[in-house]
Design a protein. Structure first.
Length: 256
């Protein structure tokens, strides 16, 4: 029995890392298919495949939870990932995530306004659910809760940030996708800061909805204003995001 228990524990430890590898591999494959089919632009089929790329983290989270026996079917997965009852302070934190991201960037003078009307911002909001929001079910709700780094929030966020960073590569290879920066260090710092803020929101949440909301709000606001790629300013932004996230998580754990 102890040997069997050890084997089971080892399997549960490895599954999140296997999930990450499979998710990245599937995303690279779909991205390559899109480049083969439409190397210079988009059409209906490439748009569908692009949405599918962004849904892969959520879909594979279901697969891996089904394999581990944590859920018995799709309905149980939906109820667990999208609970009706959620902590109000998790949604408050979700609203603060874009406020900090754009607020600090505005203070540093590292924002360019696109001139898009408010109607365009509102119209884009629903699309961000499929083009970024639902991936949070995989990265935050599944991976963050299952990865075997329990005692250190900082270390866990660092590991997830690297995984999330690599996962974005095939998406940002697509010619019509606007990247945060062509400088990989700047791009990683953006990912790192968001990993900490989204991760902090998840620490306050029961399910995935607050994290989805935070991601959607950041993506939606990008229609009206773009954060620049100045290395020093992005480093300051990431530093502020990391410090505030650690502070929120520390205070929350003290209250438990």
């Amino acid at each position: 029995m102890p040997i069997r228990g050890t084997e089971m524990k080892s399997k549960q430890t490895l599954l999140p890392y296997l999930y990450s590898i499979v998710t990245i591999g599937c995303t690279f494959f779909i991205g390559q298919v899109i480049l083969w089919c439409s190397p210079h632009g988009t059409n209906m089929w490439t748009s569908i495949l692009f949405i599918f790329m962004n849904l892969i983290p959520m879909l594979l989270a279901f697969v891996f939870m089904r394999l581990s026996g944590e859920i018995s079917g799709i309905w149980q997965f939906i109820k667990a990932a999208f609970p009706i009852r959620e902590n109000w302070y998790a949604f408050a934190a979700a609203v603060l995530v874009p406020a900090v991201y754009y607020g600090v960037s505005l203070f540093l003078g590292n924002v360019t306004f696109t001139g898009s009307p408010f109607s365009a911002v509102i119209a884009y909001f629903p699309w961000t659910l499929l083009q970024g929001g639902l991936e949070e079910v995989g990265w935050r709700w599944y991976l963050q809760e299952h990865i075997a780094i329990k005692r250190s929030f900082v270390l866990k966020m660092l590991v997830i940030s690297l995984i999330w960073f690599v996962w974005h590569f095939p998406i940002y290879r697509l010619p019509w996708v606007t990247t945060g920066s062509s400088n990989y260090l700047v791009f990683y710092l953006m990912i790192l800061g968001n990993t900490f803020t989204f991760g902090a929101v998840k620490e306050l949440s029961r399910g995935s909805l607050p994290c989805i909301a935070a991601h959607m709000l950041i993506d939606t606001a990008a229609v009206a204003m773009l954060v620049g790629s100045d290395l020093m300013m992005i480093a300051v932004l990431a530093g502020v995001e990391i410090l505030l996230s650690i502070l929120v998580v520390t205070l929350f754990k003290k209250k438990l």
